[in-house]
Design a protein. Structure first.
Length: 197
């Protein structure tokens, strides 16, 4: 698993150990395709939030391509250590932090905005929950309601391609969906107001 673009292009990322096989790092061709869709203008200088961060591959890829800073969120201390090691190997000067948060727990989901207080305002959010657990739509709603998104923010979620997500979740509007094998990526953008409000 390697970084596909930017200053750390070609750098190898450490993967999960046998005891962490529930982690499902996104393959390089999917990451490269997504960042080509997003474009450099949206990435450069962005504040990035990587939820269910695992190895940190999404956030580190964004940092490599010019994002200003990234916050990695995962419930596992092992994931935190893995992300720290990957940052040291790829981007030792990166502005980044790690937060432990049990994103499966409804009580912690509902307090996401409290746990990431202002002035944090994210331009780019990566959301990669476990497949087929029916978490994506719920998490998109929580992220939208947490008041942590910058105007025009982009939220990308990865799920099994069979998952059905609505075209609008609050002020988040679906703008694209791409399938890559068994995976699919949905791109949502933050609008000022939901339609009809």
């Amino acid at each position: 698993m390697r970084i596909t673009g930017g200053q750390a292009k070609g750098r190898r990322l450490l993967g999960p150990k046998a005891s962490q096989q529930m982690l499902r790092p996104t393959c390089g061709r999917v990451r490269e395709a997504l960042f080509n869709i997003i474009g450099n203008e949206r990435i450069c200088g962005a504040m990035v939030l990587d939820l269910f961060a695992g190895t940190g591959v999404w956030g580190i890829e964004a940092l490599s391509r010019g994002a200003a800073a990234a916050l990695f969120v995962d419930k596992s201390p092992a994931a935190g250590r893995l992300i720290a090691a990957n940052l040291r190997n790829c981007l030792p000067q990166a502005q980044a932090g790690f937060m432990r948060l049990h994103l499966h727990a409804a009580s912690q989901l509902s307090s996401l905005g409290d746990k990431i207080p202002p002035p944090h305002c994210f331009d780019l959010v990566f959301l990669d929950p476990p497949y087929q657990k029916n978490l994506a739509e719920q998490l998109l709603k929580v992220v939208e309601e947490a008041h942590i998104l910058a105007p025009g923010a982009l939220v990308v979620t990865e799920e099994h391609h069979c998952t059905v997500l609505p075209a609008r979740i609050g002020a988040l509007q679906s703008m694209d969906r791409r399938r890559y094998g068994e995976s699919a990526l949905w791109l949502f953008t933050l609008n000022a107001q939901p339609t009809g409000m």
